[in-house]
Design a protein around this ligand. Structure first.
Ligand SMILES: Cc1cc2nc3c(=O)[nH]c(=O)nc-3n(C[C@H](O)[C@H](O)[C@H](O)COP(=O)(O)OP(=O)(O)OC[C@H]3O[C@@H](n4cnc5c(N)ncnc54)[C@H](O)[C@@H]3O)c2cc1C
Length: 381
């Protein structure tokens, strides 16, 4: 067993960290304040190959693997969770759905653009009345000659108002639940389709998130992924990778909380001592450091299994569950260490506080991860 990253992974970590220090961290607060979507930064990330590691060279990938992808997620999550939200759309659920389930024509047409950052992706599952209950999706896709006609609306979709190409889940048989779901490729400019960004969000404000409304949208039959009725399985196939990806981002924001707490505890003095000296603060710091270290082992293990092409669904779920909950605890710990200064925009903790809760909701809430983990342990899957 080897716990060291190899030299290639160390180099990737170093490159992404340097990029973040120069191109992301100095602007992160401003982007959040102004709800600025940093399109050009995402393009640069694409050009530098930040999205390419899980994909075959024939589609523009670098084949550096999933651990490389998770390292990018960790470093971006540490720098700006708002910016890091784009990762799943450019290198996680959206393109993985195409890679795992698309036909050759669909992969060749869309994967290179998404991976290079030239096209922005999206992955549209959630609806006003269907969050956790994916089989309860109400958007309909009814076959009409060579097209499907989509009607309905999606909610809380990352890149809703900026995407170029996306995956949309809709009911081809509205009388069914799981078996009635199908997956479609949607493209910018389709008549009747409107994307709108939700403004004044609690956090991740530099990420574009919102509604997509479909009114008699004609989607050519060539844009169906797989076969009618396979949508639920298709969504699940990509979610394993999406969960590892969000686990990497959770690890990153958790590490940002640890970094902020350590820096502050070494600077701030009370009673003539650095506040890190006080045992109760040491306890908070020790818990944070230990939990983020454990998260890293779980997250890297999930990605390592993916690189070995071994089953990783349960391990990705465990990593997502633990790392996201540990990140929340770490941010709360950092807030306690910062006292009143948590509320100051001089320090990053307020931003971390606003952003972190998304980690326990996206790609399935903690309750759902718990159910999956318990059902697997009980042998009830
Ligand atoms: C910033 C942001 C970006 C997002 N991006 C996307 C995106 O790109 N694409 C997309 O499709 N979605 C996206 N989402 C939506 C996200 O995936 C959903 O919020 C998530 O799936 C949970 O759905 P919900 O919020 O409707 O919660 P609900 O399903 O309403 O759940 C509310 C609570 O009830 C619990 N609960 C529900 N059912 C059960 C059950 N059976 N057993 C136990 N507990 C249960 C949940 O765990 C949760 O605690 C995004 C959300 C945000 C905030």
């Amino acid at each position: 067993m080897d716990f060291d990253l190899d030299s290639e992974h160390v180099q990737i970590k170093d490159t992404v960290r340097k990029f973040c220090e120069k191109e992301v961290i100095p602007f992160a607060e401003e982007w959040e304040k102004n709800e600025f979507f940093p399109r050009e930064t995402i393009r640069k990330m694409g050009e530098l190959g930040f999205f390419a590691s899980p994909f075959p060279e024939q589609y523009g990938g670098t084949e550096l693997g999933f651990l490389a992808n998770i390292i990018v997620a960790e470093e971006l999550g540490r720098a700006s969770l708002g910016l890091a939200c784009c990762l799943n759309m450019q290198s996680g659920t959206c393109p993985m759905t195409l890679l795992l389930n698309g036909n050759e024509e669909q992969k060749e047409k869309f994967l290179p653009g998404i991976i290079s950052g030239e096209l922005l992706g999206c992955f549209a599952v959630t609806e006003p009345n269907a969050g956790t209950d994916v089989a309860g999706i109400e958007t309909k896709a009814i076959r009409d000659g060579d097209n499907y006609i989509l009607n309905g609306s999606k909610m809380w979709i990352t890149h809703s108002s900026v995407f170029d190409v996306g995956i949309c889940f809709a009911k081809t048989d509205p009388t069914q639940r799981h078996k009635g779901l199908s997956a479609f490729i949607i493209e910018k400019g389709m008549e009747g389709m409107t994307g709108m960004a939700e403004k004044d969000k609690l956090g991740v404000r530099s990420s574009d998130t919102g509604q997509i409304v479909f009114v008699d949208v004609k989607v050519p039959k060539e844009n169906l992924i797989g076969e009618e009725g396979q949508g639920f399985k298709i969504a699940e196939s990509a979610l394993t990778y999406g969960r590892a990806n969000i686990a990497g981002r959770s690890l990153g924001i958790g590490q940002a909380a640890v970094d902020a707490a350590l820096k502050y505890a070494n600077e701030r003095e009370q009673f003539g001592q650095k506040i890190g000296y006080f045992q109760m603060n040491k306890q908070i710091i020790a818990d944070m450091v230990a939990e983020i270290d454990a998260s890293r082992l779980l997250v890297y293990r999930a990605a390592w299994l993916q690189d070995q092409k071994r089953p990783s669904a349960n391990e990705s779920t465990i990593a997502k569950f633990y790392a996201s909950e540990a990140a929340v605890r770490a941010v709360i710990g950092a807030a306690k260490i910062h006292g009143a200064y948590t509320y100051s925009s001089e320090y990053p903790v307020a931003r971390l506080y606003r952003d972190v809760m998304l980690m326990t909701a996206g790609e399935g809430t903690s309750n759902i991860q718990r159910l999956i983990i318990a059902n697997n342990a009980l042998g009830w899957k």
